[in-house]
Design a binder for this molecule. Structure first.
Ligand code: ACO
Length: 322
């Protein structure tokens, strides 16, 4: 049997850090409110002109270096993003050229905050089928470009960043199971109302903004993630006690704590970066993974449960041996 194994991780964050205290000067909010509701303390924000592709390329270079893989050896690049540099070519194509991996397949996946885990699930199938041997999977966003900085309900929640992994075909596990789900019936709770086909509006930021019913999103996220982790354990034939680390999407500390509770896992076994990065959408899971690997928390041979939930709604998971 062929497995897809993570052989290298990398990440990238913009230099500029904006704290909750900085946001207190822009909107009527408080560090106390933001921390107690979300766990967020600060976030990185892309500089003017700094794009999703820039962050993705940087993260990818670090992952390739960690894996000891040359860009020219890649046979696929899958990039999860909901904030591509331009409409086309895909950001995956832009990154491919910058890395010097020209010729391999490259495409973007838009599954909002579940983008990276979706991309990982797709890449896993390419490797298991024998189609690909070395795949670069990236989650990258400049989500703050969608933000209305006058709107306190959303502007405190998001940040920019990217993470990447190199997946290689291996006889050793590897990814045991990935699950991908969506329900477009929840579009109204979390969406950006404009775009190419619908058209842009004569409004600030061309109408590009995040419309979110926070409380409803919160409720559905907790419930959906509860059943997702159960389903993932079942698909991999594992018990919760066999999981060494939970690496969740970093949207809100209270959602993360609820998932850990469902798994009966102490928070010491959960990778939490939301306080530093806020919600970086597709960037969040690979950023947290790279942080956990480089800080020495996640070690070879350990079992990791990755999960995400986002606009669509979409939700996805991966259970793997690192
Ligand atoms: N500062 C101070 N007060 C605020 C702020 C703020 N930044 N934002 C909202 N408030 C106020 C509200 O106006 C409301 O006031 P009211 O009671 O007088 O009406 C009060 O705080 C409570 O608001 P709620 O929305 O009930 O607060 P809640 O506890 O639900 O927390 C939050 C809001 C943090 C958004 C939470 O619901 C949440 O995290 N939801 C999930 C969001 C999420 O995970 N999104 C992920 C997907 S993102 C993606 O896919 C792109």
């Amino acid at each position: 049997q062929i497995y897809a194994r993570i052989t290298g991780t990398g990440s990238a964050l913009p230099e500029r850090v904006v704290t909750n205290a900085d946001l207190e000067k822009i909107v009527e909010t408080s560090d106390e409110w933001i921390r107690s509701r979300t766990g967020i303390q600060r976030r990185h924000i892309a500089a003017e002109g700094q794009t999703t592709g820039d962050l993705a390329t940087e993260a990818a270079e670090r992952a390739l270096e960690a894996a000891g893989v040359k860009a020219s050896e890649l046979d696929l690049i899958v990039l999860g993003t909901t904030t591509p540099d331009i409409i086309f070519p895909s950001t995956a194509c832009l990154v491919q050229h910058r890395l010097g991996a020209n010729g391999c397949a490259a495409f973007d996946v838009n599954a909002a905050c579940s983008g990276f885990v979706y991309a990982l699930g797709i890449a896993d199938k390419f490797i298991r089928s024998g189609q690909s041997k070395k795949v670069l999977v990236i989650g990258a966003e400049t989500l703050t470009r969608m933000i209305d900085w006058n709107e306190r309900e959303t502007c405190v929640l998001f940040g920019d960043g990217a993470g990447a992994v190199v997946l290689e075909a291996s006889e050793e596990p590897g990814i045991y199971a990935t699950l991908l789900h969506a329900d477009g019936g929840f579009k109204h709770l979390l969406f950006n109302p404009v775009g190419v086909s619908v058209g842009f509006k004569d409004e600030p930021n061309h109408g590009v903004r995040i419309n979110m019913s926070g409380r409803e999103v919160f409720k559905v996220a907790v419930k959906t993630l509860d059943s997702l982790v159960d389903e993932t354990l079942q698909a991999a034939g594992m018990e919760a006690s066999q999981i060494d680390w939970l690496i969740p999407h970093q949207a809100n500390l209270r959602i993360i704590e609820a998932t850990a509770k469902r798994l009966n896992m102490p928070m010491e076994q959960v990778i939490v970066t939301v306080q530093e990065h806020a919600n970086t959408s597709s960037g969040s899971v690979p950023l947290a993974l790279d942080y956990a690997v480089r800080s020495g928390q996640v070690k070879r041979g350990q079992n990791l449960l990755l999960e995400a939930f986002g606009g669509g709604f979409t939700w996805a998971s991966a259970l793997l041996r690192y």
